[in-house]
Write a protein of this length. Sequence first.
Lengths: 294, 172
Amino acid sequence: MIPGLAPLGLGIGWRPEIALLIERRRDLGFIEVMAEDFAAAGRLPRAIEDLRERGLAIVPHGVSLSLGGAEPPDRHRLEALARTAARLGAPLVSEHIAFVRAGGLESGHLLPLPRTRDTLELVVANAREAKAALPVPLALENVATLFEWPDSEMSEAEFLTEVLERADVLLLLDLANLHANSLNFGYNPLEFIDRIPLDRIAYVHVAGGMERGGLYHDTHAHTVPPAVLELLNALASRIEVPGVMLERDERFPPDVVLGAELSAIAAALARGRSSRVAARNRARAEVTENVSTR
Amino acid sequence: MSQPADARAGLAIRQADLIRALTAHGSLPAGFDEARIHAAALSLTRKRSRAAARMWPRLSRAAGAKFGQLFAAYAESAPLPQKGGPLADGRAFARWLHERGELPEAGRLEALAVDLRYSTVGGGLIRRRWPAFKAARDTGARRFILAVRLTWIGEYWLSFPVRGGGHKGPVP
């Protein structure tokens, strides 16, 4: 739980294709919107305005700040993101620990960073600058990648932890990205979870993907794999997860299928939470027993 | 706070090299896994193609199954536009197809609609502020199309049959 930030609950990335499903679903606490799509001034689209009036939190999710880029974040982009947050009445905004452009070239994708001390300094400086320019807290997300830089000095968990703590920003933990990287680089995702500052989690992403050519691709166009739901369960058994949402960007299934997926996410969260509560109650009972038998 | 300027400059060069490698314009930077970079480059092009197709539904429908292949060929020679995202990317793709005589009629009309609202600048598309006027000949339906966009007022599309016959009615 983050002080001053109300839990977000269950959410989904708002896309026009699934606007009706989102409108009908009554158990949602928040939606995430593509920040760059809502940068214009003026009235919000009716569908978004309706959700806001219903009390859903709206979180702008940026993909263009390039906080892992060599250049400091662009003033105009930062100002636009700050305006978007104000326009949406957002409780926080989120971005990525990644770079998207360099030397005037746009990659069109969130690319990973060389995990070196030098890069760490730059990302921390960029993230601090972004944080200072925004009217609400900033959460940064771990990205998925198919390749690594050759000169990384730190593990992903170590680098992520350093960025979050030194820039003093929140974490948007993407469990699908963690799942993808753990498969493609052969590490244990639970060890990753145990090494990062879970108390900085603002909310969590889950999404689907697929295997192609021996690699797992985080597509946001396929069903959420059971392993990602298991990670959510594991996370919820460790901490009270303040918010979790589904990211689906393409190949939208019928609403009933996507709705079932949202329910599966809520169920995984509830499973993890109840096992945590049960463990806590067991521990309390043991203490009481020890005291009474003394 | 003092910024390590050397580190910034060095990283900028390495990141730009990596982007060039991933978008098929540059050689593989030293030390990277070639197969992984190749897989990432492929997935980037697919993503770029799908994003452009979503913003250009009529062009993508008209191109059908060939869309992905044609787009990949275009993307190899054209970097991602700096402004305007997938809409601008699709506009540049439409121009590329036009130069090869492969732009379908539906794509040409879709480009007309985009040009009415956006002007092409070096780095991509920017929204027009002033009234715009476009004309095109639709050879398929044998008609001549005039399109006007007036600031604050709206857009008007007029369609005239050419050489008798042709098609009357609303412009798609």
